[in-house]
Design a protein around this ligand. Structure first.
Ligand code: B12
Length: 385
């Protein structure tokens, strides 16, 4: 919700193994129901089955919903038809790997970037020990967070076997990446854990070519899935310039940090078709911004906001209320400063949804190992079932 997101991660995973293996993608969004999975599995007879777990819950404080029950049922439907090894991966999986491996009874897990599946498959074929491969888990093993993937991550679209029609009919938004990694250290955020902290770039020309392919395939809107599109001003403006050269004419949007952009930044992006900006603002109180580990302050937020609005862009701000140190004063400061952010939409999150992540992320920020909060994660994870 609110619309199905094209499972871009699977294109990368399939692309990374397709040279040496036959691959079939089954998209449960468009299949509609995992009860029919059995038929697909019978027809294809795979030697190994990978499952992408993107979302664990809906992160909705008012109507919280966890997806583990459905995933369990899905695995049961798969197991009814096949007993080949099951490999789990995806951003949701990477957040709770040990718990999910156990809950779903999977054989292997790939943490973070799925290109590593190629290494796992090779090791299985060669009867080699898989436990030494960074980022690969087996049942009962401990999470081993890998360094970011340093190989290539070229996008090979699997549209022939997969199909984008479902997404074109349901709103027409398609997606692509221009970089991986997040260099920021906001205390509540999972992105550096999932993608690593080091930025790795797709060349601006290739990024524009990917966008062009989606436009030619009928996309009505594009979302750049980078953790923070403007985390590198120079690369992201070059991407926009290549969009202009490539003739991208459909609108697109992305996540941004409200930092002060170079003067020409938003005008160039607007010329390249950028139509909406989602700022990860979180607070308009300098004290709370510091507490969240943000690299910017209220003045910068106002400058970034005004620059985007003046370029004719639609602007949204995410706001996180009630983080560590929040009190009536900081809350009032945020709410009163929000009045200065004209022509914007706001998404408010109360930390009762995010606080579960906070305890863990604060520790990660202080370079304490993620695992030390296993008990905490475990309690939260159990509450999702
Ligand atoms: C961009 C984004 C969005 C955009 C998506 C726009 C679009 N059209 O694509 C928008 C804003 C719409 C969005 C919405 C939501 N999102 Co979001 N989103 C992201 C973000 C930043 C990037 C996702 C992405 O596409 N990455 C690029 C692709 C290529 O990477 P990938 O899918 O992770 O795949 C790689 C690996 O995971 C792995 N892999 C993937 N599948 C498989 C399978 C196997 C077998 C293997 C081995 C490996 C593997 O290999 C791939 C290549 O390396 C992530 C955070 C992050 N940095 O990862 C959150 C994230 C995925 N979102 C999240 C959430 C919660 C949501 C929402 C529920 C939020 C809400 N309350 O509305 C909605 C759900 C939308 C939906 N219908 O699913 C959570 C999911 C975890 C959770 N708690 O459930 C994440 C992880 C952020 C977080 N809070 O931690 N999101």
């Amino acid at each position: 919700m609110p619309y199905p997101v094209y499972p871009l991660g699977l294109d990368y995973v399939a692309g990374a193994i397709a040279e040496d293996h036959q691959v079939k993608i089954v998209d449960l969004n468009s299949l509609g129901d995992h009860k029919t999975l059995g038929k697909v599995i019978d027809n294809y007879s795979p030697d190994i089955i990978g499952i992408s777990l993107r979302n664990i819950d809906n992160t909705d404080t008012i109507n919280p919903e966890g997806f583990m029950g459905d995933y369990r049922q899905c695995i049961k439907d798969i197991r009814d038809s096949s007993d080949v090894p099951l490999v789990l991966g995806g951003s949701g999986f990477t957040l709770f790997p040990e718990e999910i491996m156990e809950a779903l009874g999977a054989d292997y897990g790939v943490l973070g970037e799925g290109e590593r599946l190629a290494l796992l498959l090779h090791a299985i074929e060669m009867n080699e020990d898989t436990s030494r491969i960074p980022g690969i888990m087996t049942r009962g093993s401990k999470e081993n967070i890998p360094e970011p993937w340093d190989g290539s991550f070229a996008l090979k679209r699997f549209t022939d076997s997969f199909g984008i029609e479902f997404y074109l009919k349901k709103g027409g938004m398609l997606n692509f990446q221009t970089k991986r990694g997040c260099p920021f250290r906001c205390i509540y955020c999972t992105y550096p854990h999932i993608e690593g902290g080091k930025l790795r770039f797709v060349s601006p020309k290739e990024a524009a070519l990917n966008a062009l392919r989606l436009q030619e395939a009928g996309a009505k809107y594009l979302f750049v899935t980078d953790s923070v599109f403007n985390s590198d001003y120079s690369h992201s403006i070059q991407v926009a310039r290549e969009f202009i050269n490539a003739g991208i004419s459909i609108p697109w949007g992305a996540f941004f940090a409200p930092t002060v952009p170079p003067e020409e930044y938003f005008p160039v992006l607007a010329d390249a078709g950028l139509s909406h900006v989602e700022f990860g603002t979180e607070a308009l109180s300098d004290r709370m911004l510091k507490s969240y580990g943000k690299s910017f302050r209220v003045n910068q937020i106002l400058a970034a906001h005004n620059a985007a609005v003046q370029s004719g862009l639609h602007v949204a701000h995410y706001i996180l209320l009630g983080g560590p140190g929040e009190d009536e004063d900081s809350l009032n400061e945020t709410l009163s400063n929000i009045e200065d952010l004209h022509k914007a939409a706001f998404f408010f999150f109360a930390v009762c949804a995010s606080i579960r992540i906070l305890a863990c992320m604060i520790s990660q920020w202080k370079k304490v190992k993620f695992q030390s909060h296993r008990a905490y994660w475990n309690r939260f994870f159990t509450s999702l079932n």
